[in-house]
Design a protein around this ligand. Sequence first.
Ligand SMILES: Nc1ncnc2c1ncn2[C@@H]1O[C@H](COP(=O)(O)OP(=O)(O)OP(=O)(O)O)[C@@H](O)[C@H]1O
Length: 269
Amino acid sequence: MTHLTAFNISVDFPLYHAESRSLKKTLIGHASSRFARDQRSRPVVQALRNISFSLRSGDRLGLIGSNGSGKTTLLRALSGIYQPTVGSLSMEGRLTSLLDPGQGMNPDLTGRENIRLRGQYLGLARPEIDRLEADVEDFSELAQFLDLPVRNYSSGMVVRLAFAMATAFPPEILLMDEWILAGDAAFMEKAKDRVEGMVRHAEVLVLASHSASILVEWCNRLLWLDGGQIRADGPPMKILADYLPPQQYEELVAAHGETGSSRRLPRKD
Ligand SMILES: Nc1ncnc2c1ncn2[C@@H]1O[C@H](COP(=O)(O)OP(=O)(O)OP(=O)(O)O)[C@@H](O)[C@H]1O
């Protein structure tokens, strides 16, 4: 049974050059905030503090919070890029993360070689790898660029390739950062349909976004992060009522209704 559980996760980042004068001033100025010292007295930034939650099949968790509140750090900890300083994770299910466009790609290989390598990594048989290649080729619209090394791509082309590869097989646990929701308008229109299809099939979704309407449409639970800690956890509209300025909240209610359910993706039951 697919699940993803975080047990009291904290993530600290060590601060290098912490002896410089300007950094000392910063540390003193933020004495009560997120700067602290670890067990060996080295200065650290407390990026996440005591995060706990449990997600099961059908749960779609949105992460909201101001810049620097810890959304990206939490996604990276869930995907295994960062090791929690304390706490632990438990998960069951095939995980796909759409966190950084170039993640998991070899820039010296061509797009096509990267696709086939991904297929091998996923343990696919040759005919499935052929299908993956055809699907990504068609969806990414990269045409002859697929035969050039990825390091020759524009950043938008890397997004196209990464997106097409990551969404070719619906995962059981999907972690997404909002870079995927921005970019070339025509491609994103197409991408949105594909993401929606994927989100419908994903057992568990965790999505960080600053867009209230995306969160209301895609998620059935929100975690509001503030200074690396959970400030609130609950149904999307309830959390957004406190999080958004009143006028923005009223506009959201006008567009999505009081419960926000008018356009929400159905649960996969
Ligand atoms: N590699 C790092 N080294 C040191 N500090 C970091 C590192 N990554 C993040 N931080 C710090 O951790 C905190 C949380 O950052 P994070 O990027 O997770 O926030 P966020 O909510 O994703 O912000 P945004 O909405 O701007 O993307 C911030 O104080 C940030 O400065």
